[in-house]
Design a protein around this ligand. Structure first.
Ligand code: S3P
Length: 429
């Protein structure tokens, strides 16, 4: 990458202010995809401007869905029911795992062949986790040695009871989307509960779907009814500001309109266990999701332990929680999080390297890490491996060092949070 690193200065004083983070990426992908498969017209507002959701919008247009308006001002999606159109060429999912995996389930049951491609990072991520369970339903998904490009030869599928080895909302959602187009009951059992936005949205759209703990059953075929969605703020984006406000002495930061779905807010539980001065105010519902505000005030933090069961609800926040751990006291431990190695980058290796460069003592584990609290020094160059969440975690860590931190590959924040650096700067007094 030939871009100049972004330099983030230590905070000279407390952070303060009220921020509104972009709309939730997971909900946004689903609002666009599910309404594309629905009968009726949907108005979708509050979409995040990141490249990932743009990939989903472009993909659905390539599949014949008429989508008007813009991500910034709201989209109007004219649903096609369960019948999409054959695209004229490969569909580019960019950096977005959610786009590629959900589309695979959706296309497996359509009567045409389609190829999905992605950028260098996405082309290294595991795709057998969707291809294999779909094959149990009779689907034909050809991978390139387990990776993208994927060629999906769509056809009629048969219902199946799946028992998943990984708690992955992307895999679960792909199977729900295939099951929704298939005659009979498709059931999915997961080792732990993963984010449930697909289930919530499809229930609101009238699709017969049953949730029992970590198991989901969909009774197909069923065409969703279009629904309007106001996408609430992304808790994964809010987490960066929450940690920033907690670790910079004297700060008070309010984050408005955040999605408080309990399958997403594990990081709040972890921060509270560290002793965070944190208020959560639930203010209502938006599109079947609880929404509210977060207020954080800087305070002395302790340590935490996170193990397997808690990992799905904290998965995208683990890098920034590791930053909080380095700024707390005591030894924090993350276990059972091998999945982090299969994200936009190897986030275990990337987080460990970043924290060490910034002065922390960290042990890398196969499935997590141990972080010794005590503070960060800063004054280093950090390579965020082209991964948006590592770039934003490094920027938060930079606030508490003694010298600026240069972040390489920082333009990656554009996949989920264009404007992140400006919003962070805006909190300086
Ligand atoms: C997502 C699910 C999670 C998460 C990703 C978004 C989704 O991935 O890490 O950022 O929208 O379903 P997995 O399903 O692979 O755990």
């Amino acid at each position: 990458m030939n871009e100049a690193p972004v330099s983030v200065e230590p905070a000279a004083g407390p952070l303060g202010g009220v921020v509104t983070v972009p709309g939730d990426k997971s909900i946004a992908h689903r609002a666009v995809m599910l309404n594309s498969m629905a009968s009726g017209v949907a108005h979708i507002n509050g979409l995040p401007g990141g490249l990932d959701v743009g990939s989903t919008v472009a993909a659905m247009k390539a599949l014949g869905v008429s989508i008007e308006g813009s991500v910034a001002d709201g989209l109007v999606v004219n649903g096609r029911g369960l019948a999409l159109a054959e695209p004229t060429g490969p569909i580019d999912c960019g950096n977005s795992g959610t786009t590629m995996r959900l589309l695979t389930g959706l296309l497996a049951a359509q009567p045409f062949t389609c190829t999905l491609v992605g950028d260098a990072s996405l082309s290294q991520r595991p795709m057998r986790r969707v291809a294999d369970p779909l094959a149990e339903m009779g689907a034909e998904v050809e991978t390139s040695d387990g990776h993208a490009p994927l060629t999906i030869r769509g056809r009629g599928l048969r219902a199946h009871r799946h028992v998943l080895e990984v708690a992955s909302a992307q895999v679960k959602s792909a199977l729900i989307l295939a099951g929704m187009q298939t005659d009979g009951e498709t059931a999915i059992e997961q080792p732990a509960r993963s984010r449930d936005h697909t289930e919530r949205m499809l229930c609101a759209m009238g699709v017969p779907l049953d949730v029992d703990g970590s198991a989901v059953t969909v009774n197909g075929p069923a065409t969703p009814r279009a629904i309007d969605v106001n996408v609430c703020g992304d808790p994964s984006s809010a987490a960066f500001f929450a940690v920033a406000g907690l670790i910079v002495p004297g700060s008070e930061v309010v984050i408005d309109n955040v999605c408080l779905n309990p399958t997403r807010t594990g990081f709040l539980d972890v921060l509270l266990r560290m002793g965070a001065d944190l208020d959560v105010k639930e203010q209502g519902q938006s599109g079947g999701e609880p929404v509210g505000s977060l207020t954080v005030r800087a305070c002395a933090l302790g340590s935490f332990e996170i193990e397997g069961g808690e990992v799905p609800a904290t998965i995208d926040e683990l890098p920034v929680l590791a930053v909080a751990a380095a700024c707390g006291s005591g030894r924090s431990r993350i276990r059972g999080a091998r999945e982090l190695r299969a994200k936009e980058s190897d986030r275990i290796a990337g987080t460990v390297d970043m924290l060490r460069r910034l002065g922390a003592t960290v042990d890398e584990l196969d499935d997590g890490m141990e972080v010794q609290g005590g503070g960060l020094v800063g004054g280093a160059i950090v390579d965020c491996l082209g991964d948006h969440r590592l770039a934003m975690s490094a920027a938060v860590a930079a606030l508490v060092g003694r010298e600026p931190v240069a972040i390489e590959g920082a333009s990656s924040v554009a996949v989920s949070f264009p404007g992140f650096f400006e919003m962070l700067e805006g909190l300086r007094a």
